[in-house]
Design a protein around this ligand. Sequence first.
Ligand code: FES
Length: 102
Amino acid sequence: MAGFVKVATTGELPPGQSKKVDIAGKTVAVFNIGGSYHAMDDTCTHKGGPLSEGHVEGNMVTCPWHGAKFNVTTGEVAGPPARTGVSSYRCRVNGSDVEVEI
Ligand code: FES
């Protein structure tokens, strides 16, 4: 059933940090960009690199394997070699919980 699922506490995910979570059969990367939380599929569309381990600069994450760039707020691809974006998911803060809508 779709709904918001707790993936972390705000204390676990301070600004500039990211985390990989497994929810509802999906592997999702959750990012804190300047206090705003964003979630998208963790798996790079190029060859499957873990985007939660990528370098984040502004709203962009760089895949640690071959350098594709993705917009963390939308999941859209922003630089090669990946050609397609990843799914993104809505996030919210509920008390001290960070929740992702799956
Ligand atoms: S696996 Fe991400 S750029 Fe190649």
